[in-house]
Design a protein around this ligand. Structure first.
Ligand code: PGA
Length: 221
């Protein structure tokens, strides 16, 4: 089941300057950390994917890249959309179905399913965010993140015990190989989640914006 997946979701944060500072600090401090048994995936905004990829390749950092969103449509006349082929140039993963996209951008189950299909068509691995154990999980999905909305950005995480119950239910009724937990994860609480039998990583928002806090999460996971 393990290695653990530690996923950073930068959301709509960072410009080029800010992300250079993040990486520089991460690069210096991460060199002292043993992270072989953990897979780190960073999901920056689209505008920074190219810079991140070049920096990671040049510095040989142990980081893989993900996108935070994908167009449900292929290449074509769709103003403002970023399609799977374009993402594939830089990233291996894509977050789909985040509750912020469901709430603020009206993405319903059918849109989420189209986005999963598009991800797979371009050999991107979707990380499907689900808000509870009943959310629909298509058979092709191998990674889900259980992210209860009350815990996102609130500083009030779910209990590790409840997250474990939900993660187990998800695994019992689907084909997913890994269930991550997301919602107010910190360096202090991360290990209580990752030590649960059915939780194989975390999705981190707020605390990933500070490289030192993110490294603390990686270290303690
Ligand atoms: P948070 O966000 O860590 O700020 O709670 C998690 C997420 O939205 O994935």
């Amino acid at each position: 089941m393990k290695p653990l997946l530690i996923v950073a979701n930068f959301k709509s944060h960072f410009t080029l300057l800010g992300s250079k500072e993040w990486f520089e600090e991460f690069r210096v401090k991460s060199s002292k950390l043993k992270i072989q048994d953990k897979k780190i995936i960073v999901c920056p905004p689209f505008t920074l994917l190219q810079f991140f990829k070049e920096f990671i390749d040049r510095e040989k950092l142990p980081i893989e890249l993900g996108a935070q969103n994908i167009s449900r449509l292929p290449e074509g006349a769709y103003t403002g959309e970023v399609n799977g082929a374009q993402i594939k140039d830089f990233a291996k993963y894509v977050i789909v179905g985040h509750s912020e996209r469901r709430r603020a951008f009206g993405e319903d189950e059918s849109v989420v399913e189209e986005k999963i299909k598009m991800s797979l068509e371009y050999s991107l691995t979707p990380i499907l965010c689900v808000q509870n154990e009943e959310s629909r999980i298509p058979n092709e999905v191998s990674i889900t993140a259980y992210e209860p909305t009350f815990a996102i950005g609130t500083g009030k995480p779910d209990t590790p015990e409840n997250a474990q119950i939900v993660a187990k239910k998800i695994q019992d009724r689907s084909q997913v190989k890994r269930v991550l937990y997301g919602g107010s994860v910190t360096g202090e609480n991360v290990n209580r989640f990752t030590s649960m039998e059915n939780i194989s990583g975390v999705l981190v928002g707020t605390e990933s914006l500070d490289p030192l806090k993110f490294l603390e999460i990686i270290k303690n996971a």
